[in-house]
Write a protein that binds this ligand. Structure first.
Ligand SMILES: *[C@@H]1O[C@H](CO)[C@@H](O)[C@H](O)[C@H]1NC(C)=O
Length: 362
């Protein structure tokens, strides 16, 4: 399967999904889940398939905690990153900082790192308990990716060492108050691919998984699709704002909020701060307090704040305070000093023509 065939219109998506979903059925083909369970854990058992998905999802979230077999570094979904020049920081959607979780169709602040956070992930656990939000999020992700990767040993019922998918059937409903943009969704999906590659996933297998995720969740106005073979068809678009690639054919009529999110700032799904910092440690690694456009929420950033803040507070691409020489490959290659030459910042763009007391980017 050539990765170039995976730039998916809807019909291609259905094909690819049915390919990924059906490989566990009796056929000559081995599913990705079975293939990599055998490669990494030898015996294709429910326990080992569940462990494979645990390793994959935990690393995708928390990054690699030790050097990876493939020598690939995995920063993790919880770490800030840059996609196509846009700064991405998904942590506030997981730690309860933003009021963006759909609870009974109302936006709510939910801490999804309440089961021990990364410390639990490090121990190959979904969480340290079985009742936390973190436990439900992570186990549902193991189950979903088990379905996507075609694990032959995953149960089609709620019992067994590797139970069936039992999360929400509509990813649109789950994510709609987050108003996620293309870069954010690409970052999440790309990190799953990077984690897969770090375990030795072949490039065409990694590309197939990322393409399936982008095709199903990374488009706006997608049609009804079942998230698992035994789930009812439901809306799955997670990318829901302007700039998201449109599904082909787009079914924006199915998304009541889509026009609102695109056309009418006032009624766009709002990401309100539940707990927002009011100051940042000036000598710490994230000294810059960056507000959203409404000034109602803020975040502490390593980089300078964006010139035009959005609904959700984000860090800008303006630069990263650094005493060391800036690295050309970092995306912040230009070292800009203050007027005293006593502090500097690494900038994506040029330095100011007349520097002042504080190191800044132009
Ligand atoms: C993550 O993996 C990369 C590549 O193997 C390695 O260089 C890096 O040190 C690892 N990170 C941690 C925290 O072990």
């Amino acid at each position: 399967m050539a990765p170039s065939k995976l730039a998916l219109p809807a019909s291609g998506l259905v094909l690819l999904l049915s390919l990924l979903l059906s490989v566990s059925l009796a056929s000559a083909q081995t599913s990705l889940c079975d293939k990599y369970t055998k490669a990494l854990l030898t015996d294709v058992t429910p326990e080992n398939e569940y462990l494979l998905l645990t390793l994959l999802v935990n690393r995708a979230f928390g990054g690699n905690f030790t050097a990876t077999a493939a020598g690939i570094n995995v920063p993790g979904i919880l770490a800030p990153g840059v996609v196509n020049g846009e700064a991405v920081n998904l942590l506030p959607y997981f730690n309860g900082q933003l009021k963006t979780t759909n609870e009974d169709n109302q936006p709510a602040s939910v801490n999804f790192l309440d089961g021990g956070g990364v410390d639990a992930l490090k121990q190959n656990l979904p969480a340290f308990d079985r009742t936390s939000n973190q436990y439900f999020l992570l186990t549902h992700l193991y189950q979903f990716f088990g379905v996507l990767l075609g694990c032959s040993q995953q149960s089609s019922t709620r019992s067994g060492a590797f139970p069936a998918y039992r999360g929400d059937v509509s990813m649109y409903q789950v994510h709609k108050f987050m108003a996620l943009d293309n870069a954010q969704v690409m970052y999440f999906n790309g990190m799953v691919g990077t984690a897969f590659a770090s375990f030795g996933g072949a490039p065409e297998d990694v590309a197939a998984v990322v393409a399936a995720l982008n095709g199903l969740f990374g488009v706006a106005c997608g049609d009804f699709y079942p998230i698992a073979p035994y789930a009812p068809p439901a809306l799955q678009s997670v990318c829901t704002v302007e700039g998201c690639p449109l599904a082909s054919p787009p079914r924006c009529d199915l998304y009541a909020d889509f026009g609102a999110a695109v056309n009418d700032e006032g009624t766009a799904p709002l990401a309100l701060a539940a707990t927002s910092p009011t100051s940042c440690d000036a000598s710490g690694s994230t000294p810059n307090l960056c507000y959203n456009a409404a000034g109602s929420a803020a975040i502490c950033c390593a980089s300078q704040c964006p010139a035009t803040p959005g609904d959700v507070p984000t860090c800008g691409l303006g630069g990263v305070k650094s005493a060391a020489p800036c690295t050309p490959s970092s995306g912040f290659p230009n070292q800009c000093f203050n007027s005293f030459g006593s502090e500097s910042i690494c900038c994506a763009g040029p330095c100011p023509s007349s520097p002042d007391a504080v190191a800044r980017c132009a």
